[in-house]
Design a protein around this ligand. Structure first.
Ligand SMILES: [Zn+2]
Length: 66
């Protein structure tokens, strides 16, 4: 996975309500994977972080289990 998933699919805004999609970019510990692993561009990696934050706030995905 080298090319940015969102750029590839022409997704500008990441839908934070799509928790299944967000989880694809998160580890089993519910941490956002590093850019190296997600293959996202800097712009979308940042948007992903924002979307995850919102999804957590809306209790759509769990908070990081430390
Ligand atoms: Zn991108």
């Amino acid at each position: 996975m080298q090319q940015c998933y969102f750029c590839q699919n022409n997704i500008e805004e990441i839908d934070f309500k799509d928790s299944a999609m967000l989880l694809r970019f998160m580890s089993e510990m519910y941490k956002i994977k590093s850019r190296k692993k997600t293959g996202l561009c800097a712009r979308h990696q940042k948007r992903l972080a924002t979307a995850v934050k919102r999804a957590r706030y809306m209790a759509l995905i769990p908070y990081t289990n430390l």
